[in-house]
Structure formats: C-alpha cells, structure tokens
Design a protein around this ligand. Structure first.
Ligand code: PEP
Ligand code: MN
Length: 333
C-alpha cells in the first residue's frame, strides 16, 4: 500500500483479495502496509489491484506458467530424437538454408552440414515472408527434397509449420516442427501442436517477452506434448545496425525459469553473416543447448535471407570454434 493509505483503503484491498480466493498475510510497518496473498489463483492480472485506491504496486511472485516452469522438472528436459539428445551435455547444431530451393542445393547443404558435425538440417518449405510477392517456398516438393537429402547423410530435419492445416504434411517429413517468430502467439496452431507427438521448436516472437514465450510453450505442453525447444532469434528494438537485437541474456534467464532446452539462432538474431560467428560463440558460452544457423552453398544467390547466411567454410569454422567453447564449459558440440 502507498505511504499514508487509509485503513478503509487497505480493508477494501484485503476484501478484494479474499474474494479472489487468497489468504491474506498483513504486515503493518511504520510507513507501509504490505499485503501478501497466498492462494490458488496465479493467472490474475496484477493491474486489477494496482488501480485500487491506496495501492502502491502489486507483484505476482508465482509464475503464470506451470508445465514450462523449472519447478515442474528441476533436472531439465532432454528431448530425444533417435540418437540425438537436445538439452543434454552436447550442444546440438541445426543448419541449412533459409528456404529449400532445389534438389542440388539441399543435397550440397546436407553434405557439408553433416561433414561439419551438425546433427540436424533446417530448411523452410513454407516461408513466412513479409511481402506476399516474395518466394513463398516449395511446399510438399521441398519437404520431399529435404527428407531425402537428410536421410542420405544421417541427419534429422527441422522445418516450419505455418498453419495447422500443414501439420499432417510436416509430421510426414520433418522430425522437429518449427513455429516461426510470427506465429509464436498463433494460439490455435499451438493448441494443435499440443496434440502431436513430435518435438516443436518454438521461436520467440519479434516483440515477445520471455514470459510470453513461456506461456506459448505452455499452450503446447498443456495439450500433452512436452517436447518443446525454445528459440531465441532476436527481438525488434530501436537498433538499426542489425536486423534484430540478439538477446543473449534471454539464454541464462530461460535456463533459470524453465526446464526446456534453449536454442539460439544467431542468423535471424543479427541478419548479417559477419556477426553470426561471434553471436554463435556467445550463445554457447551463455548456455544454449543448441544452435540454429542458416547456411547455403552459395549464399549470395540464396532466394531468401542470403545476407545472414554462412558459406560452407564459415560454417565449418563456426563448428570448430563453438566446439572449443563448449569444451571450456564442460560440454561437447
Ligand atoms: C526461419 O527460420 O527461416 C524464419 C523464418 O525464422 P523466424 O520465424 O525466426 O523469422
Ligand atoms: Mn530465414
């Protein structure tokens, strides 16, 4: 309560809390009265109380998400797909083009991605482009190409699902279903992904808080699909030097708040090829369980996101350097 709040104002707040189902613990200080509410409800809006007369501030101490919370599984989740474990000691690398373009392109990608020691190939068949006139992806044909290339090189596949009608198709071809930044709060899609039994890579929205990301994960988990990978891919800020601002601090924050594995995407996080390697190093150092990186045999001719896409030699160097960093913090890569 504010300094000087009247007894009547305090009583009103107490009765409102009781009405909401809380048990109230009152501490009356020389200047301030503090009311602690303990109760079943943890998804209330603190603003309801903050607008009441005499209230100084209201903080929710319990997190509004449950299944995604670290308390739910203190040891941490390991997502297992075949022989690959995400969230264990090894930092897992997922790499490939922004978009699946041709059979030759995806075959070349799979070859050098596998050769550099990555476990998973990425590539979009359905592309969420800012303009409707930009390349929209090859659709099912693209999924066929990435699946075949991945199988030839012993890789797993991660690819984006843009809409719930595409789920059955992605389930046929992809090992991990990616939810793009623009769809992080597409709650109908998230609910449908709660019903499937394949891991979901959930990317942080361009203007989403960490709590909102975790609440989106909660949508998927509350449907019974517990294999959610969270992905920091940069957020929109006032900065214009980079495409997005890669929020490295989100990595340790997420590691504390949730048991779910955390993946870092320094490609979308920076938008520029030259910055991908330093941000990949920083991500591993900060505790990321995996990296998602765009690579292409000829990035300058890529149909999408070429500017942030690594050449094969740059990717091999990234793998060398991040392996050294992983080893320095007691992990492997
Ligand atoms: C992508 O991975 O190519 C992509 C579109 O990412 P985001 O949703 O993070 O923009
Ligand atoms: Mn991209």
């Amino acid at each position: 309560m504010q300094e000087g709040a009247t007894e009547a104002q305090t009583e009103l707040v107490i009765s409102r809390l009781v009405e909401m189902g809380f048990t109230v613990h009152r501490s009356t200080g020389v200047r301030h009265t503090v009311l602690g509410g303990v109760g079943p409800q943890d998804d209330f809006d603190p603003a309801i109380l903050e607008v009441m007369e005499g209230v100084k501030e209201c903080h929710r101490i319990v997190s509004p998400y449950k299944l995604a919370s670290r308390h739910f599984k203190p040891a941490g989740t390991i997502v297992k797909i075949g022989k690959v474990e995400i969230g264990a000691a090894q930092v897992v690398s997922m790499a490939g083009p922004c978009s699946i373009e041709t059979a030759a392109q995806i075959e070349l990608c799979a070859a050098f991605v596998a050769d550099s020691g990555a476990q998973i190939i990425r590539g979009g068949a359905f592309k969420p482009r800012s303009s409707p006139y930009s390349f929209q992806g090859l659709g099912e044909k693209g999924l066929e190409l990435i699946r075949a290339a991945a199988d030839r090189h012993g890789l797993l596949v991660v690819s984006e699902v843009m809409d719930q009608v595409q789920i059955p198709l992605l389930m046929r071809y992809s090992d991990i279903l990616q939810v793009g930044a623009r769809n992080m709060q597409n709650f109908n899609l998230l609910r449908e992904l709660g019903k499937v039994r394949k891991p979901v890579l959930l990317k942080r929205g361009i203007a989403a808080t960490i709590e909102e990301l975790l609440l989106s994960a909660e949508y998927i988990m509350s449907g019974g699909n517990y294999d959610v990978l969270l992905c920091e891919r940069g957020i929109r800020t006032f900065e214009t030097s980079t495409r997005n601002t890669m929020d490295i601090s989100a990595i340790p924050v997420l590691k504390r708040l949730t048991h779910l594995p955390v993946i870092a995407d320094p490609s979308h996080g920076t938008g520029k090829r030259d910055y991908v390697l330093p941000m990949a190093r920083a991500s591993v150092a900060a505790g990321a369980d995996g990296l998602l990186v765009e690579v292409h045999p000829d990035p300058d001719r890529a149909v999408s996101d070429g500017a942030q896409t690594l050449r094969p030699d740059q990717f091999a160097e990234m793998m060398r350097q991040t392996r050294a960093i992983a080893a320095a913090i007691g992990r492997s890569a």
